[in-house]
Design a protein around this ligand. Structure first.
Ligand code: LLP
Length: 439
């Protein structure tokens, strides 16, 4: 839940990455996103180590949608991680940072023709194809550019993982991928194999996000393996790659128990060893972790500016950020844990609702949480905000987005600057009088 380097000293002050949160607030102001380097690296290395036990070795592609910036892409490249991008914008960010295109997986259920061309020209390692229209578009763009497109087909395996309805993707009634039922996936495979500029490398399936059980991941791998075996038996075609997506859950609450990565990889290893025809090579297994790499590395730091007791006695505490920097409570009823700097290890004595600053009743970060006595100007730290917070942030109410600062061993590195009012109007053009003609 907290970053690996988080600690509270004798005077109850919080430290992350060898720096006092209080000093970081003095330097950068609030709201402020902090990312702990040690936590990110430990999570990346865990995936790499676990996947290296497979034969052939697997590969992890970090899901950029969880959080991406040029510096993050640089860190991933340095760690030799793959990267999953879902838009021309994410691809641009990665390429600008010097990220190797061969280690990029281009995703998305709607890719425009120009995004497909951009990915092909950049020579990304893989395109994950999501629909029949897209398969034709990839074929025609690849033919136009005189290249062969390395493609995985996104399969909808019919797995209903236990997670919030809005972040489930594996069930048949989904906008993503080709359903296994009714021969839809089979038709897509046939079509991909017929396309002359498409090289079908294998399958992909992502079943959802923030999944806390192990079984759905194993089930997913088994489903892709079963489909592969059917194709091998009927047509002699066998995949090089099986990509089982992301979705490993993290600890938002102390009682959350994330799935055991090593156990999942070990079971998949058995399945593959058992399921690969004796005449074929075992497919490479890919995973696409987003949240489980970056969520717990991140915290958001706010200043308490308002305290209000409403009729009925309930206490509201309002901070200088909210749904603009963390939309997840409003969108998914996501729940977070928080602490107050300088009181981090005090006993909770108050039940408060932490509201944001945006003009929206639903802009509540945490409902009825227990905190020590909260005072105006206190620094409130919300944990596990590294994933899908900055990346889903908005400028609602024309509030500038907070900066992102990486911390490590007593050093702070500005990764994304705080937006200025100038930045907010950057794309605006001034009003010009409209000639009015009476009608
Ligand atoms: N691969 C694919 C194809 C995906 O669609 C996703 C997430 C991932 C990998 C990474 O999943 P992760 O390991 O982060 O769970 N905004 C939502 C989450 C949406 C996830 C969308 N796809 C949230 O804030 O919970």
């Amino acid at each position: 839940m907290t970053p690996d380097t988080y600690r509270v000293d004798e005077s109850h002050q919080m430290w992350i990455g060898g720096l006092r949160v209080r000093d970081l607030v003095a330097k950068y102001g609030t709201p402020l996103y902090l990312l702990d380097y040690a936590t990110i690296i430990a999570r990346i290395q865990h995936y790499q180590q676990a996947l290296s036990t497979l034969n052939p070795p697997g590969q992890a592609f970090y899901a950029g949608k969880a959080f991406l910036s040029e510096a993050m892409a640089g860190l991933l490249e340095e760690q030799q991680m793959g990267l999953d991008v879902v838009s021309g914008g994410e691809l641009y960010t990665a390429l600008r940072a010097g990220f190797s295109p061969a280690h990029i997986m281009f995703h998305g259920n709607v890719k425009t023709r120009s995004e497909i061309a951009y990915a092909l020209k950049a020579r990304v390692g893989y395109l994950v194809c999501d629909s029949f229209e897209e398969l034709d578009r990839i074929e025609s763009e690849a033919a136009r550019l005189g290249v062969t497109a390395p493609v995985l087909l996104r399969i909808t395996p019919g797995i209903e993982a236990h997670t919030h309805e809005f972040i489930r993707t594996g069930q048949f009634d989904s906008k993503f991928g080709f359903g296994l039922a009714e021969g839809i996936a089979d038709r897509a495979i046939t079509q991909a194999l017929e396309h002359r500029h498409v090289q079908l490398l294998g399958f992909h399936a992502h079943i959802g996000s923030q999944i806390l059980d192990e079984a759905p991941f194993i089930h997913n791998a088994q489903t892709l393996l079963d489909l592969s075996r059917q194709w091998y038996q009927s047509r002699g075609w066998w995949p090089e790659v099986l990509n089982i997506g992301g979705g490993f859950g993290i600890r938002y609450q102390p009682q959350d128990r994330p799935p055991q990565l090593d156990a999942v990889v070990q079971q998949i290893s058995h399945l593959i060893a058992k399921g690969t025809p004796s005449t074929m090579n075992p497919p490479r297994v890919f995973m696409e972790p987003g949240r489980s790499i970056i969520a717990e590395a991140g915290v958001t730091v706010y200043q308490v500016l308002v305290k209000k007791q409403v009729p009925g006695g309930k206490w509201y505490v309002a901070v200088d950020g909210g749904m603009g920097d963390n939309i997840r409570p409003a969108l998914y009823q996501a729940e977070y844990q928080a602490a107050i700097d300088s009181k981090a290890d005090w006993l909770p004595t108050q039940r408060v609702t932490v509201a944001g600053r945006y003009c929206e009743t639903g802009d509540v970060l945490m409902r009825e949480i227990n905190l020590p006595p909260v005072a105006i100007n206190d620094t409130l730290v919300v944990f596990a905000t590294g994933a899908y917070n900055y990346s889903m942030a908005s400028n609602y109410n024309r509030v500038p987005r907070p900066p992102v600062v990486l911390v490590d061993q007593g050093q702070d590195h500005l990764w994304i600057a705080r937006e200025s009012y100038e930045d907010l109007v950057h794309a605006d053009r001034p009003w010009t009088p409209v000639a009015w003609e009476p009608r």
